[in-house]
Design a protein around this ligand. Structure first.
Ligand code: ATP
Length: 234
């Protein structure tokens, strides 16, 4: 569904991605693990066309999107949940969700039902302003808003960041549900390697802008390099 082929992305003199190649198959959950500054966010942003790759190609369902403007890429059936969630703080939960549907021009009603079934908390809080939600609720809202555009591929940037373990488990369970029940394909970027690799069918490790390891979630979890660097040696 998504293929990244030999991509290089640079910010001025900083080479953030160096010859990165990854694939995400239909209905897969793929996790990209890496330390701070490894280039994880840059990879997701490069898929969305801002910044664009200097070299290499990004293909979505066989179509070359490397040089496409971001708004056109988003219309093809991708949705991104950026790091830090970025919900609209002064808008209500409902308004945030409706924005997601509006972007893609879908009938919001069935999508709202789906989001509320996934995150009942959002239904309870639908009139509350986004900025006053807890961190976990904001993450639910950010994912819910992305789902309102009915994507086939969801890009998630560190959904567990700053959240309590129980909330992280809820968020990851919701991602698994969307994958299993709705057939959603997911590319997940995480520092929380343990749970993210457990959730994933396959994964990659990114170090200083390069892919250094790849395998199934289970294989990666068992690798000493992964255990030492990302699982606290545990
Ligand atoms: P984190 O987990 O801390 O978010 P990351 O793996 O997502 O890290 P990126 O944010 O992709 O890493 O950053 C990769 C490299 O590119 C880092 O060295 C970072 O300082 C650099 N970088 C990121 N954004 C910019 C920018 N707008 N201008 C210049 N350099 C940048």
């Amino acid at each position: 569904m998504l293929a990244i082929e030999g991509v290089w992305t640079r910010y001025g003199a900083v080479e953030a991605l160096r010859d990165v190649s990854i694939e995400v198959g239909q209905r897969e959950i793929v996790t990209l693990v890496g330390a701070n500054g490894a280039g994880k966010s840059t990879l997701l942003m490069t898929i969305c066309g801002a910044p664009q790759a200097q070299k290499g190609r990004v293909l979505f369902e066989g179509r070359d999107i490397t040089r496409m403007p971001t708004h056109e890429i988003m219309r093809l059936g991708l949705a991104q949940v950026p790091e830090g969630r970025r919900v609209f703080p002064r808008m209500s939960v409902m308004e945030n969700l409706l924005m997601g549907a509006q972007v893609a021009g879908h009938d919001p009603k069935p999508l709202l039902d789906q989001v509320f079934a996934l995150f009942p908390r959002l239904e309870e809080r639908q009139a509350q302003r986004g900025g006053t939600l807890s961190g976990g609720e904001q993450q639910m809202l950010a994912i819910g808003r992305a789902m309102m555009s009915k994507p086939r591929l969801l890009l998630l940037d560190e959904p567990s960041l700053g959240l309590a373990p129980l909330i992280v488990r809820q968020i990851f369970a919701a991602i698994r549900d969307l994958n299993e029940k709705e057939g959603l394909t997911v590319l997940l970027v995480e520092q929380n390697a343990n749970q993210a690799l457990r959730l994933a069918h396959r994964g990659y490790v990114l170090v200083n802008g390069r892919i250094t390891l790849r395998g199934s979630g289970q294989e990666l979890l068992a690798m000493p390099e992964v255990r030492d660097a990302y699982l606290g040696g545990g």
